[in-house]
Design a protein around this ligand. Structure first.
Ligand code: NAD
Ligand code: TYD
Length: 350
């Protein structure tokens, strides 16, 4: 067996795609998936690979330092790919402390355990998966590059920025081999229906209103999740220690244009007359501190390591809609329990 890699947050949206890619592609690696299984984590996301011999799941909390230290001593991980996080901006506005605990303290616990147990700087690597939201908000022009100054606005992006700084500090101060990537908004299957695209698919399917914050003019740069997983693979294996890469799709959409396109796709797939789903669009109170525009310059990654997105957005969106419509059981399971109550409260509060 080759490397033993700890993937944190592997039962979440991006983590499950990454674990699937690594387990299937690298049969000589052992992939250990550590996940607390919060509302966003779901072992059903990994059903197809759960019995593979090079995969193991461990339920646990990265905030528990004793547990994390024992885990590192027991498993002697060669590397870590760290994705575990609280990831939803709206939840960070209602409960910032939860984001500090998992995203900041949890990351520092992992760094401490790595620092304490790693003795071979040439083979050990700490890969931190981060977001473009650390750079703040763009005006009408310009792109985020790897040298854009950090300027986070939401409790979520502030917690991710803080964790990025700690990861770099462990490189600069203790010589830990680290890599960070900052990616734009992802979309695809296995995405919990609270973020814009999966929530809207769920609501359209169930004839519920589609909440558009403010005027719908905010812009995001969307990347198909499997392209993000491929980028992490390339960066993990090839980047220089201490380096940072931006990952993005050169694919900017205002929220309202994106939702209009999604409505068209859904009308076709659900055999509804064109225009039916768009009637569900409902403008609601804007998100507090809502960043206007995110857009990524990923030319460093394309030039240095030859990565580029594989799908056009229209193709990726159709694939995503197909995934949700053919995985009804998954969707019903994740929207049972507290889900309905939570989302009703969110919109009543707005
Ligand atoms: P997600 O919310 O779908 O999954 C997060 C996972 O982390 C869940 O499985 C959850 O159970 C687990 N987790 C949460 N708290 C934990 C804890 N204390 N201990 C152990 N596990 C815990 O998130 P995602 O969208 O897959 O994002 C993964 C990573 O990628 C995050 O670090 C996020 O900041 C980053 N990111 C996300 C996007 C995006 O568009 N979704 C874009 C760029 C970067
Ligand atoms: P989201 O998917 O929450 O990702 P992020 O805030 O991390 O970019 O939101 C994407 C965009 O869609 C963002 O501008 C907020 C907006 N939005 C809505 O208009 N309605 C919604 O119900 C949600 C969840 C988001």
């Amino acid at each position: 067996m080759g490397k033993t890699i700890l993937v944190t947050g592997g039962a979440g949206f991006i983590g499950s795609h990454l674990v699937r890619l690594f387990v299937n592609k690298y049969s000589d690696y052992k992939i250990v998936n550590l996940d607390k299984l919060t509302y966003a984590g779901n072992l059903a996301n990994l059903k197809d690979i759960e019995n593979k011999p090079n995969y193991e799941f461990i339920k646990g909390d990265i905030v528990d330092a004793t547990f994390i230290n024992e885990l590192f001593t027991k498993y002697k991980f060669d590397s870590v790919i760290h994705l575990a996080a609280e990831s939803h901006v709206d939840r960070s506005i209602s409960n910032p402390l939860e984001f500090v605990m998992t995203n900041v303290i949890g990351t520092v616990n992992l760094l401490n355990a790595a620092k304490a147990t790693w003795t071979q700087p040439t083979t050990n690597r700490f890969y931190h998966v981060s977001t473009d939201e650390v750079y703040g908000s763009l005006g009408e022009t310009g792109l985020f590059t790897e040298t854009t100054a950090y300027d986070p606005h939401s409790p979520y992006s502030a917690s991710k920025a803080s964790s990025d700084h700690f990861v770099r500090a462990y490189h600069d101060t203790f010589g830990l081999d680290i890599v960070i990537s900052n990616c734009s908004n992802n979309y695809g299957g296995y995405h919990f229906p609270e973020k814009l695209i999966p929530l809207s698919i769920y609501n359209i399917k169930n004839n519920k209103s589609i909440p558009i914050y403010g005027k719908g003019e905010n812009i995001r740069d969307w990347l198909f999740v499997e392209d993000h997983a491929r980028a992490i693979d390339v960066i993990f294996h090839n980047a220089k220690s201490g380096s940072t890469y931006n990952i993005g799709g050169h694919n900017e959409w205002t929220n309202i244009d994106l939702i209009r396109l999604l409505c068209k796709v859904m009308d076709k797939k659900l055999n509804r007359a064109e225009g039916t789903s768009a009637q569900l669009i409902t403008y609601v109170k804007d998100r507090a501190g809502h960043d206007l525009r995110y857009a990524i310059d990923s030319s460093k990654l394309q030039n240095d390591l030859g990565w580029k997105p594989s799908l056009q957005f229209e193709e990726g969106l159709e694939k995503t809609v197909n995934w949700y419509l053919s995985n009804e059981e998954w969707l019903n399971n994740v929207t049972s329990g507290d889900y309905q109550k939570y989302y009703q409260e969110q919109y009543v509060k707005r």
